[in-house]
Structures are given as structure tokens and as C-alpha cells.
Design a protein around this ligand. Structure first.
Ligand SMILES: Nc1ncnc2c1ncn2[C@@H]1O[C@H](COP(=O)(O)OP(=O)(O)OP(=O)(O)O)[C@@H](O)[C@H]1O
Length: 398
């Protein structure tokens, strides 16, 4: 959670309760949305602080857009409450919420010029003409579109249209900006460019709360202070990118966000409160990994290892020769697992290997940096991982 930007009350002069501003610009309390028999969102509780960007990340159909519609007021929750700045707006119309919304397909009015599109929400609020003109000019400058004010949307590129859509959403000076896959209609290079622009824009709007829906983790990692991972209409996990990436609390997040391999294992140590190193047996292999939660001997866990965390043991593939005989290695070398390379793929920044672990019937993904010696398909290798780069997650359903 972001730190409050407000000054703390002076010592001895506590702020009266009534004057305390609510910290959260957006709050969903146990919100569910159903479409007929389809439960699109189930019991979502989420708070977004002023100045904070939260990304809703998850596979298709996981309820991300529905959550956004509940905040904007386009869908009424079947249960639960929606609060903006501490005020319950569950029954308020979208217009009364004063939220800026940017959706995937620009959604500009095709028959209106760029400047009229940006002015639209201001006219609806009956702002004086001179003020509208000044605001439109400022907004178009902010998104680098000041030279296109008199064009129609069809005369603009996809990226330019999306910039105008952002200017239009920001023109009403919303306290909350919702973005639903705003870059997904753009090609890869334009998407990367717009991502940088959104990052710059974010810095110019320090007090706006943003909720950003995406299924692209690089967008979420670039823009968000916190990431909410959605799955099957529910919030799976929420945290900073760093927390979710390196210490996922569940197998789904480990796989979805970090692309981690998950090795089934049995705990051999007691870690009462989590946060310490745990020891496990993955098949016949002894492994040490960070245990972010309490584990007991005999408990079933998964060892999550991200593709970049694997290393080839020195001397691999030759080092693997001694391991192949009994299929399980000697069982004494910690965090060293023998395997056979199934495939090798050149990926520009390095090589991606698929390696079948011997004795574990698991295939793991290994990303090797460029310049490292690359084995060939069929080679025996020994994979290693530093204990601090392996993390235990509960053996949940994927
Ligand atoms: N208007 C609707 N009528 C009926 N079902 C709907 C409607 N809108 C969404 N759904 C269903 O609700 C579920 C959640 O949809 P939602 O659009 O929120 O998912 P999402 O995570 O945003 O997916 P995507 O990434 O594909 O946009 C899906 O099963 C979807 O089919």
C-alpha cells in the first residue's frame, strides 16, 4: 500500500475523527456479479488507495472486466458494496460517479473531431466554453496530440486514438481512472511505446487511483503498485509484483505470473512461522527452498522455480553421466536435479530449454542467458537452483 501523502497530525493534536479523509479512493466490499446463472465475480474485496495503481491480472473470463464495470457503475452487484472516497455509490449511476474509463477499442465518437471527443464530458457538465477549450488543449498536450485536434478518429492510428481516449477520460479530472486492456488492440511496438507513455502519465497524475485490467503480465509489472491476480471470478492473491513474483502464496500465481515450474515434494523439516528455509524431498532429491508459510514434516508442498533461476551445473552435460544409471541421482546433493534435454529454443535474449527431470516425471522450463554453453536435445544435464531462488507453495489445485 502506498504511503499517505498527507502530513501526520502534530503530536498532542490528534485529527478529529470526522476530519479524517478516507485513505481509499476505491473500495469493493465482498462484491459479486452474476449474469443469469454465470457467476462473473464472486465476493471480491479490494481497496485502492489514492495515488495507487492496481492491476487486475488473470486469464480470459476470470472476472477482471466485470470488476471494473462494478466500479464504474455499468454493472450492479448482486451483493456487496462499492465505495468511492469512503462514500457508498453502489446505487449511483455511472455519470454520478465521475470516473474516467478507457476501454480496449478506443470507443471514440466516430463522427466527432478529436477536440469534440475530449470536450464531450465537459459539455455534459455544462462547463463554460472558454474553460472547455483550455481544458481540451491541456489534455491533448498531455497525451501529445495537440496537433490533431481537428481530425476525425478514422484519420488517426490506433495508438493515437487510444491517446485521445485517455485525454477524454482525464478531461473530467476524475479521482479514479479505470483502464480495460487499453493497449491490447495495438501492435507490439506501439504497445511498448504506449506503455512508456502511460508510465510517464502516471507520474504526472500522482493523486489519481488507477485500476488497470490486463492479461499481459509485463504491463502489470510495469505500471502497477500492486497486482491482483484473478482466477475463476475470484481474487486469488494480491501483492506487490516483487511479493507475488518471488514469494507467491499459491501455485496458480507462481505459474501464471512467474512461469514457474512446480515440483511436488514432501517436507522434511518444521518451519513454524514461515519465512525460513525449508527442506523437502522431491522424489529422491533433497531440496532446500524458502518456506513463506508454516510447514511440518510429511506435509505435501510444491517447489516453485522460475525459468531464470535454474542453472546448469558446471560440467553439464558430462556431470550428468553419473546420475543417469539409477534414474534418481545420489539423493545427497541438495538442489541438484538430473534431467534430459527435450528441446532447445533460441529466444533472442538467450535459450529456453525444456528438460525432463529424471526420477520425477516432471518437465521444467529453463531459461539460459545468451553466451552460456547450450546443450543439445537428448543431452543429460544437472540443473541446480540456489535455495533462496526456490520457494515452497502450498500443494493446491492448478
Ligand atoms: N454480459 C454478459 N452476459 C453473460 N455473461 C457474461 C457477460 N459478461 C461477462 N460474462 C461472463 O462472466 C465471466 C467473466 O467475464 P469478464 O469479462 O469479467 O472476464 P475477463 O477476466 O475480463 O475476461 P477477458 O480477459 O477475456 O476480457 C465470463 O465467464 C464471461 O463469459
Amino acid at each position: 500500500m502506498k504511503k499517505s501523502r498527507r502530513a501526520a497530525p502534530a503530536a498532542g493534536h490528534p485529527t478529529p475523527a470526522a476530519a479524517v479523509e478516507p485513505e481509499n479512493a476505491v473500495e469493493l466490499r465482498d462484491v459479486s456479479v452474476s449474469y443469469g446463472t454465470t457467476v462473473a465475480l464472486s465476493g471480491l474485496s479490494l481497496a485502492v488507495a489514492r495515488g495507487e495503481t492496481v492491476a487486475l491480472l488473470g486469464p480470459s473470463g476470470s472476472g477482471k472486466s466485470t470488476a471494473l464495470k462494478a466500479i464504474a457503475g455499468f454493472e450492479r452487484p448482486s451483493s456487496g458494496r462499492v465505495l468511492l472516497d469512503g462514500v457508498d455509490v453502489t446505487d449511483a449511476s455511472p455519470a454520478r460517479r465521475g470516473i474516467g474509463v478507457v476501454v480496449q477499442q478506443y470507443a471514440l465518437f466516430p463522427h466527432m473531431r478529436v477536440d469534440a471527443n475530449v470536450a464531450y464530458g465537459l459539455k455534459a457538465r455544462r462547463m463554460p466554453k472558454a474553460e472547455i477549450a483550455a481544458r481540451v488543449k491541456a489534455m491533448l498536450e498531455m497525451v501529445g496530440m495537440e496537433g490533431h485536434a481537428h481530425k476525425l478518429p478514422r484519420q488517426l492510428s490506433g495508438g493515437q486514438q487510444q491517446r485521445v481516449a485517455i485525454a477524454r477520460a482525464l478531461a473530467i479530472r476524475p479521482q479514479v481512472l479505470l483502464l480495460d486492456e487499453p493497449l491490447s488492440a495495438l501492435d507490439a511496438s506501439l504497445r511498448a511505446e504506449m506503455l512508456l507513455e502511460l508510465q510517464a502519465l502516471r507520474a504526472e497524475l500522482p493523486d489519481i487511483a488507477m485500476v488497470y485490467v490486463t492479461h499481459d503480465q509485463s504491463e502489470a509489472l510495469t505500471l502497477a503498485d500492486r497486482i491482483a491476480v484473478m482466477r475463476n471470478a475470484r481474487l486469488e492473491e494480491i501483492g506487490t509484483a516483487e511479493q507475488l513474483y518471488s514469494r507467491p502464496a499459491g501455485a496458480f500465481t507462481a505459474k501464471f505470473l512467474g512461469g514457474a515450474s512446480l515440483l511436488p515434494a514432501i517436507s522434511t523439516t518444521v518451519v513454524p512461522d514461515g519465512g525460513a528455509m525449508g527442506s523437502v524431498l522431491a522424489g529422491a532429491h533433497r531440496m532446500k527452498a524458502v518456506a513463506p508459510f508454516a510447514v511440518n514434516p510429511g506435509g505435501r508442498v510444491l517447489v516453485a522455480v522460475r525459468p531464470h533461476a535454474w542453472k546448469l551445473a558446471a560440467g553439464s552435460p558430462a556431470a550428468a553421466a553419473g546420475w543417469a544409471g539409477d534414474g534418481a541421482g545420489d539423493g545427497y546433493t541438495v538442489n541438484s536435479l538430473p534431467g534430459r534435454v527435450e528441446s532447445v529454443q533460441w529466444r533472442g535474449a538467450g535459450h529456453r530449454l525444456q528438460v525432463d527431470l529424471i526420477g520425477l516425471s516432471e518437465r521444467v522450463t529453463v531459461d539460459l542467458p545468451a553466451m552460456s554453453a547450450v546443450p543439445a536435445p537428448g543431452d543429460l544435464v544437472v540443473l541446480t537452483v540456489e535455495p533462496q531462488h526456490a520457494v515452497l507453495v502450498p500443494a493446491g489445485e492448478l
